[in-house]
Design a protein around this ligand. Structure first.
Ligand code: LHQ
Length: 261
């Protein structure tokens, strides 16, 4: 069985981390499969939304800690190689994908697993799921964008305490703090996430890609620069077929039939 399952249905590319016995801890093979799935999502016009989830009781426990020899006398380890080769390109690909990514957090999301979830565009978690910045428990620093996402999502006071203390944040708390979109009953998670993805897959894909671009840029832009960017992306959105369809549907008092173009 592949450690990352990929299937396309109704415009939604479902990507399931599938090493449940290790809470879907990531290894190089999984990274390669994730990269291939994201490339497919970028290249295939049939893919109009991505759903990322995990098999079993965990979403993802971050880096597979059994992969490195930390015994006394073992060769020094350079973790930056792993970040440079796998984690950073993964987060960049997710953010740059001009299609929405929904994360259905089915269980524990720890270490890089938590931050990969936060890199998605909409995060829905099962009520039993939790988020742990587990890094400091093993002497590390939050990575995979965690030091960028967390302060922006929950504010610097909570971000700092979570990074230092590595406390578990239950899904409902994460939703209350604005770390994620919402928490739902465990039994509803997959159905609700799939419906949301199908709704997105039937939406104005080109416009969604531009929304991602402009929202992400606001993290670093001044208001002045952001106003200019909004002007520029709106020019592009206004040239899409979906804009014409959206306005026509409004005038004709019917539901729009977006093609993503
Ligand atoms: C695991 C893991 C795991 C292997 C559970 N690896 N087996 C990036 C670049 C380069 C290097 C370093 O790091 C990074 C980024 C990172 O992600 S660093 C942070 C790595 N992750 C962690 O430190 C989390 C480690 N895991 C845990 O603290 C716990 O497993 C959590 C809190 C996630 C869940 O606890 P439990 O629900 O009590 O489950 P468990 O601990 O019993 O785990 C179940 C199994 O999964 C167990 O295997 P076993 O054979 O004993 O049943 C664990 O060993 C295995 N597992 N996480 N990261």
């Amino acid at each position: 069985m592949s450690p990352v399952l990929v299937s396309l249905e109704s415009g939604v590319l479902q990507v399931t981390l599938n090493r449940p016995e290790k809470l879907n801890a990531l290894n190089p093979e999984m990274h390669k499969l994730l990269r291939a799935a994201l490339l497919r999502a970028a290249e295939e016009p049939q893919v109009r939304a991505v759903l990322l989830t995990g098999a079993g009781r965990g979403f993802c426990a971050g880096q597979d800690l059994s992969e490195r020899d930390v015994s006394p006398g073992a060769a020094p380890i350079d973790l930056s190689v792993s970040l440079g080769s796998y984690y950073n390109p993964l987060v960049r690909r997710m953010r740059e994908l001009p299609k929405p990514i929904v994360c259905a957090v089915n269980g524990t999301a720890a270490g890089a697993g938590a931050n990969i979830a936060l890199a998605c565009d909409i995060v829905i978690a099962a009520r039993s799921a939790s988020f742990i910045q587990a890094f400091s428990r093993i002497g590390l620093v939050p990575d995979s964008g965690g030091t960028w996402f967390l302060p922006r999502l929950v504010g610097s006071a909570r971000a700092m305490a979570l990074a230092l203390l590595a406390d578990k944040v239950p899904a409902e708390q994460a939703a209350e703090w604005g770390m994620i979109w919402k928490a739902v009953d465990d039994a509803q998670l997959l159905q609700e996430s799939k419906s949301l993805c199908e709704k997105l897959a039937n939406g104005p894909t080109k416009g969604y890609g531009l929304i991602k671009k402009v929202m992400h840029a606001s993290g670093v832009n001044t208001l002045d620069a952001q106003l200019d960017l909004e002007r520029d992306v709106q020019r592009e959105a206004g040239r899409s077929e979906d804009y014409r369809e959206g306005v026509s549907a409004f005038k004709e008092k019917r539901a729009p039939r977006f093609t993503g173009k």
